[in-house]
Ligand binder design. Structure first.
Ligand SMILES: NC(=O)c1ccc[n+]([C@@H]2O[C@H](COP(=O)([O-])OP(=O)(O)OC[C@H]3O[C@@H](n4cnc5c(N)ncnc54)[C@H](O)[C@@H]3O)[C@@H](O)[C@H]2O)c1
Length: 168
């Protein structure tokens, strides 16, 4: 059975992905710090599908070795703060979670050889009215967007150098 790890599996996007993965017969491990996610959502998954595991953990301080199972094929990463208000109120905390959390996930992917799937955000393009594409330059107007642009830059770096001797 294919093993999949989902961060933020108690949240809005994550729970819909977990539901679909379970319907597809995957073995799912969920990591979530329950900062905005609901434990009842997790309980419904663990009750519905034996083998579903849940760990209350912050991605920023994820102990990579603990979750480093070589059978994990894919990591879906949604366990990240996304409230613009939170970034306004106390910028360094959500920014650290966004960037360090992503790097922990990438380190886990490096150690397990798994693929990472994560959402970016429309906020990287600011308040532009026209339809944007990946070819357009980011022009963010808030700290959440800066966090997402940084994560995209890190993702490109990992994709390019992950398996290369130029890793530095
Ligand atoms: N909802 C949207 O329309 C949308 C659009 C574009 C991008 N995104 C991105 O998708 C991701 C998830 O969004 P969402 O709408 O599902 O948010 P959400 O707040 O509903 O879910 C996030 C989940 O992750 C958990 N979480 C937050 N920080 C964590 C951390 N440091 N460690 C572990 N768990 C953590 C929360 O408890 C929650 O269960 C965010 O990164 C967001 O920026 C969302």
């Amino acid at each position: 059975m294919e093993k999949v790890l989902v961060t933020g599996g108690a949240g809005f996007i994550g729970q819909n992905i977990v539901r679909r993965l379970l319907e597809d017969g995957k073995e799912v491990t969920i990591i979530d710090n329950l900062s905005t996610g609901k434990k009842e959502v997790i309980d419904s998954f663990t009750a519905a599908a034996k083998g579903t595991k849940f760990y209350q953990e912050n991605t920023e301080t994820l102990p990579v070795e603990k979750y480093s199972d070589p059978d994990i094929d894919t990591i879906f990463h949604f366990g990240s703060p996304c409230s613009v208000q939170q970034f306004r109120k106390d910028p360094s905390k959500p920014m650290n979670e966004t960037i360090s959390g992503f790097m922990k996930v990438m380190e886990l992917a490096r150690s397990t050889g798994s693929t990472v799937i994560f959402p970016s955000s429309g906020s990287i393009y600011g308040n532009k009215k026209e339809l944007q594409s990946e070819a357009d330059e980011p022009e963010t107007v808030n700290l959440h967007g800066i966090g997402e642009v940084t994560v995209e830059t890190l993702a490109k770096y990992y994709r390019k150098y992950m398996e290369s001797s130029a890793w530095a």
